[in-house]
Design a protein around this ligand. Structure first.
Ligand code: UDP
Length: 328
């Protein structure tokens, strides 16, 4: 039985990856320090003989007994407001955490895949973004702690690959959504759905003419699985190229939820990328992968999930004092 270590296992993407690898017949070690993750996301796996959970911060030395075949590094705060709240941990998990895991991969002769991000492109000057584009990142801005950690992560991963011959894979993930996102993590989809469910107005930042391209989580997981099993070690974009403005997105959410709230406009956060759309030619060619779930379908499933949460989740305030994110 192949053994995989998944970091960030109690998070949104990590927990879906645990499910997928269990389904594929792997033994899964899920690791998380639960700063932004939630054990609820993996509670259905407790008692499964092919799953174990380890509460550990990967920024500290990691010990795993026995053999290990694969490592997937998905531990990191992932919402722009989280970066501001826990900037040092964000930097550490992308840098020190990646270093520790690469050391582990080298020692165990395991193949390692790292979760990189469209944020490595910053506020992009090339559209849609291809893997060859080097990006436009403000390294000292509020998002710099995430963007630069992820850029360093890619650099050290390539160094371990080239210098030590570690087998590595790099996925650049574009905006992804689905069940198990944190309702109050500050990101646009849970923010809008949460507002609709609470009967509040939807807060569009700026004029709402900035764009994003949203990928449903099952499509993303399929792309990641295929990339891990491929022999390609340079970065690959995985995302859904279906691009939409944030204002149009807010209107879609109002329609989906049947709410008659207003859309209100708030200040645009510092360094908020104006355009984001993946070029996925590489994933198509190398992995035979492309997204299958339309936004309409994916949003419906996600909305059902958010509706099933308790009032306690709905009214939990996580980011009260982070208006600083908005100001220069
Ligand atoms: N956004 C918004 N209202 C909100 C939350 C986010 O208009 O309540 C905007 C945000 O300014 C950005 C986009 O939605 O342009 C996506 O933001 P998110 O935080 O989801 O992630 P990002 O793609 O910026 O990393």
């Amino acid at each position: 039985m192949k053994k995989v270590l998944i970091t960030g296992a109690a998070g949104f993407l990590g927990s879906h990856l645990c499910d997928r690898f269990i389904k594929e017949g792997f033994y899964v070690i899920g690791m998380d320090n639960l700063i932004t993750g939630d054990l609820k996301n993996i509670e259905h796996l407790s008692g499964n003989i092919n799953f174990e959970f380890v509460n550990h911060d990967v920024s500290n030395h990691i010990t795993i007994d026995g053999s290990l075949d694969y490592i997937l590094h998905f531990a990191s705060p992932a919402s722009p407001i989280d970066y501001l709240k826990i900037p040092i941990q964000t930097l550490k998990v992308g840098s020190l955490g990646t270093h520790n895991l690469l050391g582990l991969a080298k020692a165990k002769n395991a193949r390692m895949l790292i979760a990189s991000t469209s944020e490595v492109y910053g506020d992009p000057l090339v559209h849609p973004q291809t893997e060859e584009y080097w990006g436009n990142v403000n390294l000292i801005g509020p998002r710099g702690v995430y963007d630069e950690a992820k850029r360093f992560q890619e650099a050290i991963t390539m160094a371990y690959h080239r210098f030590h011959g570690v087998e590595t894979r790099i996925v650049r993930i574009f905006n992804t959504y689905g069940p198990r996102m944190r309702l109050n993590d500050g990101r646009v989809l849970p923010a809008f759905i949460g507002q609709a469910l609470r009967g509040e107005d939807l807060t569009v930042f700026g004029k709402g003419n900035q764009t994003r391209s949203f990928c449903y989580v099952d499509d993303l997981v399929e792309g990641i699985f295929r990339l891990l099993m491929s022999d390609y070690s340079l970065p690959v974009n995985i995302g859904n190229p279906d691009e939409i403005t944030i204002l149009e997105f807010a209107e879609e959410i109002l329609k989906l939820t049947g709410s008659n709230q207003k859309i209100i406009f708030k200040e645009l956060p510092v360094d908020d990328p104006m355009q984001r759309q993946p070029n996925i030619d590489k994933a198509k060619k190398l992995l035979g992968w492309e997204p299958k779930v339309s936004r309409q379908e994916g949003l419906k499933i996600t909305y059902e999930y958010f509706k099933s949460l308790t009032d306690n989740d709905l009214y939990k305030v996580e980011h009260k004092n982070f208006e600083g994110f908005i100001k220069k």
